[in-house]
Design a protein around this ligand. Structure first.
Ligand code: BEZ
Ligand code: FE
Length: 288
């Protein structure tokens, strides 16, 4: 096309596809161009704004390394990661939610009833539940990969004072599909806001806080893997998660238990004399 115009550029983009372009790439790229072009026309994007956008991507590239992926964070704060999660979600099972950048693979095994709190101070929380299929039947032998922040709001990979696998554990459900562990109550925390994702938050007048949560990857043979996180019902940021990760079914309650009622069969049995909290949360997995 010799005469590319504001009106025809989107059609011209699609017309330039070669015969060997694969149909799905064609569909995704045409639609992406259509929406990008519409966005430029809608806001009448200036050269300065376009350059600013490219500079932000360049900065994200410079910040990105094995310990930090600024592109993922950009996707998170724009709601893109959560939207991809939601459009791919399976009906009648537990909602998925953002993985985030702080999961450390190959966590050490955590026995059922094991403790993740270690020497950290803070109220003990007993978390337990069952991994089930969509009909509610328990799934024995499912793997439950668990991680969260320390009481200072930092993940182990952000905090030189923590061991690599601090507040990480990998559990296998028992013959009743049950998992159970103790930890400390996680806290609300801020996502890194010293890069372009932080600039977007500032430009939008938004804060960088996430409501407190515990992350889980639940996997079992024959089922879709579930990457999710479970939030506290009383967290002040529940309705303003900066990465849009909260879903109704992922909200759970910390229920206070009286001093002296800590159960047997936990690593901490006999050591917790004071009040503690209990959380009961079941996961439902979708069949492949
Ligand atoms: C997290 O929950 O660990 C997380 C998710 C998105 C961005 C930053 C952190
Ligand atoms: Fe997190």
């Amino acid at each position: 096309m010799r005469n590319v115009t504001v009106e025809n550029i989107t059609d011209v983009f699609s017309a330039y596809f070669g015969d060997d372009a694969d149909p799905r790439s064609k569909q995704v790229l045409s639609s992406l161009a259509k929406h990008l072009h519409a966005f430029v026309k809608d806001v009448e994007l200036t050269h300065d704004e376009w350059r600013k956008g490219l500079k932000a991507l360049e900065w994200a590239g410079k910040l990105t390394c094995p310990e930090r992926n600024e592109f993922v964070l950009l996707s998170d704060v724009m709601g893109l990661s959560s939207l991809v999660d939601m459009v791919n979600s399976k009906p009648d099972v537990t909602s998925s939610s953002v993985l985030g950048p702080f999961h450390v693979s190959n966590a050490p095994p955590l026995e059922i009833g094991g403790d993740m709190r270690g020497d950290f101070a803070g109220e003990v929380v007993l978390v337990e539940g069952t991994v089930r299929d969509a009909n509610g039947a328990p799934i024995p032998g499912a793997s439950v990969d668990i991680w969260q922040t320390a009481p200072n709001g930092l993940y182990s990979s952000q905090d030189p004072a923590q061991e690599t696998y601090s507040f990480h554990g990998l559990m296998t459900t028992d013959d009743r599909g049950r998992y159970a562990f103790t930890t400390v109550r996680p806290v609300s925390y801020v996502v890194p806001d010293d890069g372009p994702a932080g600039d977007i938050l500032k430009a939008a007048g938004r804060h960088p806080w996430r409501p407190s949560h515990i992350h889980f990857i639940v996997e079992a043979e024959g089922y879709h893997s579930l990457v999710t996180e479970v939030f506290a019902a009383d967290d002040p940021y529940l309705d303003q998660d900066t990465v849009f990760g909260v879903r109704d079914d992922l909200v759970m309650h910390y229920v206070k238990q009286p001093a002296g009622s800590f159960p047997e069969e936990f690593e901490l049995s006999g050591q917790v004399k004071e009040e503690y909290s209990r959380v009961d949360f079941d996961f439902k997995l979708a069949l492949i």
